[in-house]
Design a protein around this ligand. Sequence first.
Ligand code: ADP
Ligand code: MG
Length: 377
Amino acid sequence: MTDSHAPRRRNAREDDSTPLLSVTDLRTVIRTAEGPLHAVDGVSFSVRPGETVCIVGESGSGKSITCRSVTRLLPSAAEIVGGELTLGERSLRALPPEELESIRGDRIAHVFQNPQRSLDPVYPVGEQITETIRIHTATPSEEARRRALTLLRRVGIPRAHERIDDYPHEFSGGMQQRVAVAIALAGEPEILVADEPTTAVDATVQARLIELFRSLTDEGTALLLVTHDLRIVSALADRVLVMYAGTVVERGPVERVFDRPLHPYTQALFRSYDATADRESAPPRRTIPADGCRFRPACPHAVERCAGGDQPTFQGHGTDHEVSCVHFEPDADATAVLADARRSSPGRAMEPRRDGEGTQDEGSEGPEGPGAMGEPE
Ligand code: ADP
Ligand code: MG
C-alpha cells in the first residue's frame, strides 16, 4: 500500500512523456450482413503508467471494440484494418498470436462487465488465480496460493481463506466480479483494461472496486476504463476520451472536460446524464455519415462544412484538451457551441478528484450510487 498521506502524483504522471500504451489512428472494421461496419474509425490515445483514462460515449460508440482491439480479443467478424498499437516500445499490431497471448494477462489484463467471461466454471477460484500467477510470474505453487489468498482479500472477498477452494457458481455476481478482478491482477499487469466492470454490480461492490482501482493506479498500474457512469469518471479519471460512432470527438484532462465540454456531443451526453440521472434512454437510431463529423445529423450546430472528408481536425483548448469540431476556435469565447458548454457541465456534485484528495483509506467513501447510464448488454 502506498502512504495515504502522500500527495497524488498526477502532475508527475502528466510530465512523464513516455506512454505505456499508445493507440494511433486505430481502425477496426466488423463484417456485417449490411456491409462493413467501421466500429472504430481513427481512434488515438495513450495511457501512461499510473494514469486512468476513461472512455465514455453512448452504447454502440465503439468503446468495447476499442478496448478489445488492444490485445485483439475481437469478435471473429472484426478485424483491425489500420493504425498502430504499441506497448512501451513494442508494436502489438504486428505480434503473432502466441506472443500476444503471452502479453495478455501478463502485461495487459482485461476485466469485462460480465465476470463469467473471465471465470472457468470447472475450477475452484483459487486454482484459477494460482494458475495465472504461476503462468505469469513463475512462482512456486505454495507461494502462488498464498498470493492468491492475498489477492482475494484485496478485492474484498470475506473469509477468503474459506472461499478459496469454492467454484465460481458458489459466488454471487458481485463476488464473481471481484474474483475476475483478482484473476486479472494475478499476472501483475502494467495496464488493466476494464470494460464496464462495475455496471452489473451493486453500489457496495462498486465502491470497493473503485477503491481498488485507485490503489492500483497509485502503485503505478495504468487503467483504461470504460464506464457509463460519470460519477465513476469523476472519481477515477485523469483523462477522458469521448467517443461517438467509432470516433473520438473530445479528449482531455477530466477537470477540463467536465468544466467545459467543448463538443456538442459531449454537451448532449452530459445534459442527458443530468436529466435522466438514472438510465440513458436509447439514443434515436440515425444513419451515421461515413465522413466529416459523424455527429452532424444530431447536432444543433451543424453547418455545411461539418460534412465531407476526415473528421474535423482536433484543436486544442489550452494544453491537452482537444475537440474535433469545426466550430471551435481557440480564442473565441462567444460561439454558440461554447455558450452551450456552460450549461452542460456535469455539475458541482461531480467535481473530479483533485490532487491531494482521494486517498485509498479503508474508510473513504465511494460513489453515491450504482452506475447511472447503464447499458443493457
Ligand atoms: P460500445 O462498447 O461503445 O457500446 P461496441 O464497441 O460494443 O460499442 O460496438 C461498436 C459497434 O460495433 C456497434 O455498432 C456494435 O453494434 C458493433 N458490434 C460490436 N460487436 C459486434 C459483433 N460481434 N458483430 C457485429 N457488430 C458488432
Ligand atoms: Mg461496450
